[in-house]
Design a protein around this ligand. Structure first.
Ligand code: FES
Length: 274
């Protein structure tokens, strides 16, 4: 790639209003959406919180919202809202993702590949070259490599922790996606992170618990989520909440009394049979 140029990366028709789309360009996973004026925005497609793909989120006004815990990003890549902290709480500056200058012209979405500038050159594309435009549109479509679903899945690990005949469940923060639902605690895996490492890390970060994995317990897939469940045992630690409303130790037979996430409900039945 020759740097410091505009590149046509999408056909305008491929970028609807009101919905983000993901595409791999310049070897990077990018998310595109239109702001409330219809202008295109291009950001790195990985939430700075736990790495979920923003392209599976929602467009809210001028922002794209992460599908996982609802962080919202503006067109500069700055995170402007962390729902769990409340609307009035300022967001630390480190919460951001890369933004790429994007424009719409001559029927294409263009992205600037190169050093940021105060002013960017015009995008010149002779209007009378209809034949060339058709060719480029065809080429653009051929090169559109929207993230394949398998690569864009949000991989999550969930831990089933039993103690004295009771199982630990946690209630999601009221401002998260699926707010106030109950779940087996866990979270998004990092890129290439094995689930059995991820669940140990997540339970430490979310609940301050040191655990070890007893065994893999199964997987539930509801695109874009793929949740791997692990039976875990406590080594040490005292629960400190960082993301959840509350936790509860519940007898297996009583788990169905709680409003659990759909994937977790399936594993409650499996749990009762062991
Ligand atoms: S808000 Fe994006 S992963 Fe948590």
């Amino acid at each position: 790639m020759i740097p410091n140029q505009w590149y046509a990366v999408l056909d305008s028709k491929e970028l609807p209003r009101g919905r983000p789309i993901g595409a791999t360009r310049f070897g990077e996973k990018l998310v595109f959406f239109r702001d409330s004026n219809g202008d295109p925005v291009c950001l790195f497609d990985r939430c700075c919180h736990r790495g979920a793909a923003l392209s599976y989120g929602k467009v809210i006004g001028d922002h794209v919202q992460c599908p996982f815990h609802g962080l919202e990003y503006d067109s500069t890549g700055k995170c402007v809202l962390i729902p769990a902290n409340g609307k009035d709480e300022p967001v630390p500056e480190r919460y951001r993702v890369n933004a790429y200058p994007a424009k719409e012209k001559h029927g294409f979405i263009w992205v600037w590949y190169g050093e940021p500038r105060k002013e960017y050159p015009e995008i010149n594309f002779p209007d009378d070259l209809d034949e060339l435009r058709d060719q480029i549109q065809k080429q653009a479509s051929n090169h559109i490599s929207h993230h394949p679903t398998s690569l864009s899945m949000i991989n999550v690990a969930a831990g089933i922790l039993e103690k004295d005949g009771k199982v630990l469940i946690a209630q999601r923060h009221r401002n998260d996606t699926h707010g106030l639902k109950w779940e087996f605690p866990g979270g998004t895996l990092r890129r290439d992170e094995p689930g059995e490492y991820g669940i140990v890390r997540e339970l430490k970060e979310e609940l301050n618990l040191d655990v070890e994995v007893i065994r893999y317990f199964g997987c539930y897939t509801e695109p874009p989520l793929r949740i791997q469940y692990y039976l875990v045992r406590m080594i040490s630690g005292e629960i400190k909440l960082t993301e959840h409303e509350q936790v509860a130790w519940v007898e297996k037979d009583r788990l169905h009394d709680y409003d659990l996430l759909s994937g977790d409900r399936i594993f409650v039945d499996r749990l009762r049979s062991i």
